[in-house]
Every structure is written in C-alpha cells, then in structure tokens.
Write a protein that binds this ligand. Structure first.
Ligand SMILES: C[S@@+](CC[C@H](N)C(=O)[O-])C[C@H]1O[C@@H](n2cnc3c(N)ncnc32)[C@H](O)[C@@H]1O
Length: 266
C-alpha cells in the first residue's frame, strides 16, 4: 500500500492515511478486476511497468472521495445569493461586465449546479453581464456525471422548499430521474483540473469554492494552493472552504468574514 499511497500523493496531493488503507484497497478492487488481475499486489506490479501510464488517471478516479450534495453547507449559497451577487450585479451591469466563479472540486456537479441556481435567481434574464462558472475536478468519472446533469429525483426530496425550485429540474427518462435545465447547464464549463498542477486560467475570479478537498491534502499542499487562489482572486472577492477546513496558517491577504468564508484583501 505504501507504493500506491506515494504515487497518489505525487499525482494528486492526496494523503492516504493509515486508517483509510482498507477503504482504499476496497476502492482499488474495481481496477484490479477491470484489468483482469488477481490482487492489489499484482496491480502495484502493473503500475510499475511503462504500460501503466494510461492507468494513472484511473487510479486517481478510483481513490478519490466524491461525496457531495445539492446546497451542501447552505450558508455559503445564502451568502453568495444575498451578499455577494447583488453587489456584483449592481457594480458590473450595463457595461457587459464580467462575473467569474470557480468551483475547484466540483465532483459530480451538485455544487456547481447549486451555484448556478442561486446565480440565475439573482441575475434573472438580464443579458448585460458576462457570467460564467468554471467547474473543475481531477476525477474524470465524476465530470462525466456532472456534464450529464441527471440525478435520482429522491436526492431533491429533502431540500428546503425555498431553494429547491431554483434548480429548475426537468423530468428525465421516466425512471425516477430528473435533469438540471439547459439554462443552468449553459452557465457552467466543466474541465479536468488537478489542483496540484499548473492551472491554465489567469483570473481574476470573484468567488472560488474549494470545499471538502483540503481535508485530503497536507499543510504544504494547502498553503501552496491557497497562495495561488489569492493570486487569482480579485480584491474583495470571496473564497469558500469546507466546514471542517481552515487556512493552514493565517494568510496576510485573506480575512475570515463568516463560517469558512474568506475575503481577499486588496
Ligand atoms: C469530497 S468531494 C467534495 C465535493 C464538493 N466540493 C463538496 O463540498 O460537496 C472532493 C473532490 O475533490 C476532488 N479532488 C481530490 N483531489 C483533487 C486534486 N488534486 N485536484 C482537483 N480535485 C481533486 C475529488 O475528485 C472529489 O470530487
């Protein structure tokens, strides 16, 4: 397991802690089977061969934890909808001003569609603002699900009635599934992006969501990603982290202004 843990750390920054090794073995079982191998040891031996280059993304897809849900940690969506977007719209309307949001660990799409839903609510039908959400993740399997935008309808049953309609769900296929409307889907560009590699975007972003992924990284990786977020955030822009996440150390250009909400200082 040491070999796999080292490879996953080098490739994705994810630290596989000892108490998670059994779970990781379980997740690797599907790769072992897909390749017609007999055990995780055989899988490790395969990963050491030159033929394994194409297997690395599959390995990363297998070990990532993708748990997510619509409007998870609702306070961030309320802050975006009530505090951030109305001000940005007021500032930028009329001059075809831009608003840019980056959802940097988007998983299977629930988080970026929740962002799109509250954004559409604030933007309405106005066309005088160039609004875009970039949604990225390292895991190509979840990105396929996110682009499909099809979810079991029972996922929505317990959502609060004031925000559920904002998702504009449409019936899909008659098998207890629904689809997010084209209108919200068009607001988002999904791309594969590894947070520990080079990023092709130059910013500036008005909002960055980076929630429930820092928990898998060590302090050094978090500090380096945070510095790069700060470089891409416009002055006065916001960074949302997950509920159990905090800055590895205070950052001179980030001020905590709410529950895991940071403002980029000028
Ligand atoms: C637990 S999910 C969180 C999803 C969503 N942000 C939320 O809070 O509901 C963590 C996501 O981070 C992604 N991830 C892990 N390491 C990554 C990396 N190095 N670069 C980009 N995404 C990564 C995983 O693939 C997974 O989809």
């Amino acid at each position: 397991m040491g070999f796999i843990a080292k490879l996953v750390y080098e490739q994705a920054g994810i630290v596989i802690r000892e108490h998670k090794e059994a779970m990781t073995r379980g997740r690797l079982a599907r790769r072992v089977k897909a390749l017609g191998l007999g055990s995780v040891s055989e899988y490790c031996a395969f990963l050491k061969t030159p033929a394994a280059a194409d297997e690395i993304p599959e390995l990363i897809n297998a070990v990532t934890t993708n748990h997510t849900s619509f409007y998870r940690e609702r306070h961030h969506f309320d802050h975006l909808r009530k505090e951030v977007l109305p001000r940005l719209v007021q500032e930028r309307s009329g001059r075809r001003g831009r608003i840019r949001i980056w959802c940097s660990a988007a998983s299977s799409g629930e988080e970026p569609y929740s962002i799109a839903a509250v954004s559409r609510d604030v933007l309405g039908s106005r066309s005088d603002i160039d609004f875009k959400i970039l949604a990225t993740d390292i895991d190509t399997d979840v990105l396929v699900k996110a682009e499909a935008a099809v979810y079991p309808s029972d996922q929505f049953e317990r959502l609060p009635s004031d925000i559920r309609p904002l998702l504009k769900l449409e019936p899909h296929g008659g098998r207890g599934e629904v689809r997010i409307s084209d209108d919200l889907r068009r607001m988002i560009a999904f791309k594969r992006l590894n947070l520990i590699e080079r990023w092709p975007m130059s910013g500036p972003f008005d909002v960055i969501f980076c929630r429930n992924v820092f928990i898998y990284f060590d302090t050094q990786t978090k500090a380096s990603i945070l510095d790069r977020f700060v470089g891409l955030l416009a002055p006065g822009a916001f960074l949302y982290l997950g509920h159990s996440e905090s800055l590895p150390q205070p950052h001179p250009q980030l001020r905590l202004i709410g529950r895991t909400i940071y403002e980029r200082l000028p």
